[in-house]
Design a protein around this ligand. Structure first.
Ligand code: HEM
Length: 187
């Protein structure tokens, strides 16, 4: 797992839940004394152990923890990779191109790296379908991350449906609309 995610997870826990949670989590995960840098790559097992330990230490369910982290992490990632991310698009275009963005960032560290298995397609006016399939079982980040992206581009998003699949796969349908349009429609 990319250090940008693991180190952000620490910052998220410190900021949102208090520094004790990370301290307990690294201890319980058997990783006491380990530090995480945004520019390194770490074994997936460490992220998984940290997630499980953070779940225990915070009392939060995995899906809630990942969803909240997904929303929190977008702004720092957008800042960190500013130079590599199209800024002059809208949330839908950004999300439809997510695969390329993930790939560009991951290949910076490792040319052999593959983007997480997330496919995003338009499925009607203002509707987006996102399918997640990864052995990392971190799909619960998606509703939060999409919310974070909508807010970055000053747009609105609503989760219309979610369906779990087998082996950690999941499918989500969102409605994305610009804030302007929503207030016009409301008026
Ligand atoms: C600011 C834009 C984004 C950046 C810079 C970014 C970057 C990253 C990086 C570096 C990883 C680690 C991958 C690895 O180590 O192989 C990752 C993982 C992940 N990202 Fe993003 N991401 C962004 C936006 C999003 C969005 C909008 C979503 C959801 C739609 C998303 C969903 C995920 C998920 C679920 C993972 C976990 C990997 C897995 O489950 O296999 N990301 N992201």
């Amino acid at each position: 797992m990319h250090g940008a995610i693991v180190s952000s997870f620490k910052r998220y826990l410190d900021t949102a839940l208090g520094e004790d949670i990370w301290r307990h989590a690294v201890e319980d995960a058997g990783l006491k004394g380990k530090t995480y840098m945004p520019v390194s790559i770490y074994p997936d097992e460490e992220m998984e152990a940290l997630l499980r330990a953070a779940e225990q230490a915070s009392g939060l369910r995995r899906d809630d923890l990942l969803g909240d982290f997904g929303e929190w992490v977008i702004a720092p990632l957008m800042q960190l990779y500013k130079a590599m991310i199209p800024q002059d698009c809208d949330a839908t275009t950004f999300l439809v191109n997510l695969q390329q963005t993930h790939e560009r960032i991951l290949k910076l560290k490792d040319p052999e790296a593959h983007a997480p298995g997330i496919t995003v397609k338009r499925c009607g006016a203002g509707l987006l379908e996102i399918r997640y399939a990864s052995t990392r079982n971190m799909g619960a980040m998606i509703p939060g991350a999409v919310k974070g992206i909508a807010s970055w581009f000053h747009e609105e998003v609503a989760l219309l449906a979610s369906e779990p699949g087998q082996g950690g796969q999941s499918t989500y349908v969102f409605r994305v609309s610009s804030g302007e349009m929503t207030s016009k429609q409301a008026g």
